[in-house]
Design a protein around this ligand. Structure first.
Ligand code: UDP
Ligand code: MG
Length: 334
């Protein structure tokens, strides 16, 4: 008999009292469906992470923990740490105790029918399966426009993102273990996926309107997420400053030549060149210098993160006269 897959579902919840009454039974139904029709273990479970809500979210989660013993787990964060951190708290919690985890928003806007397809991809060998929103008809126009701008802007700035993939994804236990090796303080989980090693697949679906309540991602949080994404995964902004500095310096140099020849040909007022030439040259040089310093800051920033230099797929141990090669240098990492 094939081994049953123990699956877990992680959903961050911030002030979600309006949706949880509907979401929790749907999650339980989904778990049942996984067990009955998709070969998942009856010990599969869902984790609801309360991200410092101020409404009755935690009371609802605690109640569900009692009502569905072993099937719903609750985690309460001390304050509103933000969607990414709440999600990471859930992912860390399930690391080592499931075969695969699926993360999903508590409002269940993502199509639940896509989750069994993710499981199929996982069984076919994918370590990570990304949920990609094909139709965003259910989103308000402003959300649709800002989302499009977000993905285009991120790609333009050199962040390797799958367009329209938010945080609905399946990760294998191995991908979770790899994620635990990234010591990032500033989190942008969807940017980390390509670095986690292993086969990545996508599953597409349309989204539904929010079950209830309003979006917990106002423009301010969306901008903060975009800024974290860019500054965590791209040094392009620093490079743009360098290029700008180089350009300004070049133009300044031409202006300086012009000023110099104006003086030589006696076409300039006395004192004009001695003021403008240093102004042009210094302006350009300062921009260039800031750009170069920026390049170094960029390098320091990458180093300070201390990301693993490589991740190992498997370790083959060979016994050579009592010395195994299965040592720290083979395991690698830092
Ligand atoms: N969320 C969270 N902490 C926050 C903001 C949002 O845990 O500070 C959760 C929220 O409860 C939901 C998910 O993140 O489960 C996505 O939020 P939402 O559905 O409001 O975003 P939208 O779909 O409007 O982008
Ligand atoms: Mg939503």
């Amino acid at each position: 008999m094939p081994e049953l897959t123990r699956i877990s579902i992680v959903a961050p919840c911030y002030n979600e009292e309006a949706v949880l009454g509907t979401s929790i039974p749907k999650l339980i139904q989904l778990l049942d469906d996984f067990v009955v029709h998709h070969g998942c273990a009856p010990s599969s479970f869902a984790v609801l992470v309360d991200d410092g809500s101020r409404d009755s979210t935690w009371a609802i989660i605690s109640d569900a923990v009692e009502r569905y013993p072993g099937r719903i787990h609750g985690i309460k964060l001390s304050c509103n740490a933000g969607h990414q951190s709440a999600l990471l708290a859930g992912l860390t919690y399930v690391t080592g105790c499931c075969d695969a985890v699926i993360s999903i928003d508590a409002d269940l806007q993502d199509d639940l029918n896509a989750l069994p397809l993710m499981l199929e991809e996982f069984r076919a060998g994918a370590e990570i399966v990304l949920g990609v929103k094909t139709a965003r008809d259910a989103d308000p126009l402003f959300k649709k426009m800002t989302a499009a701008l977000f993905y285009k802007g991120m790609r333009w700035l050199g962040v390797d993102l799958v367009e329209n993939h938010a945080d609905c994804r399946l990760m294998s236990s191995k991908a979770l273990e790899n994620l635990a090796k990234f010591g990032e303080r500033v989190l942008f989980l969807r940017g980390l996926q390509p670095l986690l090693h292993g086969k990545i697949k996508t599953v597409s679906y349309g989204i539904s309107p929010r079950l209830a309540g309003e979006s917990k991602y106002p423009l301010k949080k969306m901008l903060a997420l975009a800024w974290n994404g860019v500054t965590s995964f791209s040094v392009t902004p620093l490079r743009v400053i360098s290029w700008l500095g180089g350009g300004v310096f070049f133009v300044s140099f031409l202006f300086s030549l012009h000023a110099f020849f104006s003086v030589v040909q006696g076409e300039a007022l006395p004192g004009w060149a001695s003021v403008t030439i240093p102004l042009y040259l210094l302006g350009g040089a300062i921009m260039l210098a800031v750009g170069i310093v920026g390049e170094y800051v960029g390098k320091i920033y990458v180093e300070v993160k201390g990301r693993p230099r490589y991740l190992i797929d498997a370790v083959v141990a060979r016994d050579v006269g009592g010395v195994t090669e299965n040592d720290a240098s083979l395991r690698g990492g830092k």
